[in-house]
Design a protein around this ligand. Structure first.
Ligand SMILES: [Zn+2]
Length: 111
């Protein structure tokens, strides 16, 4: 009985820590999930702050953010088609982070 309680408490704590973002910085997986919304201005102020804080020191996510911005910039400037190779790379990046999934509670369910 006490073992079950401990397990439930651990799971609840993990879920709460995830929901609260474990501080004020986004994880790589979170950035991957929200990067497009963030660049489109569709994330709230809290999320923007957490993503920006992460991008300050994570070179990998920073590179992806820059790539997204360049694609968006190219689109808005010229209406040019997106480079398929860049789009494929970005998709693979997001999927690899989500597949790694180390920072999500087990009971989140499928995305
Ligand atoms: Zn990152």
């Amino acid at each position: 009985m006490s073992r079950l309680t401990t397990t439930m408490t651990t799971r609840l704590t993990t879920a709460m820590m995830w929901l609260m973002g474990r501080g004020d910085e986004a994880s790589c997986a979170e950035v991957a999930r929200h990067l497009q919304s963030y660049l489109d201005g569709h994330t709230d102020a809290t999320q923007v702050r957490r993503i920006e804080k992460h991008l300050e020191h994570c070179r990998r996510c920073g590179l992806e953010a820059r790539t997204y911005r360049e694609i968006k910039g190219a689109l808005s400037r010229r209406g040019a088609p997106v480079d398929p190779a860049a789009a494929a790379r970005l998709t693979a990046f997001g999927q690899s982070l989500l597949a790694a999934g180390g920072d999500r509670p087990d009971d989140e369910g499928p995305a």
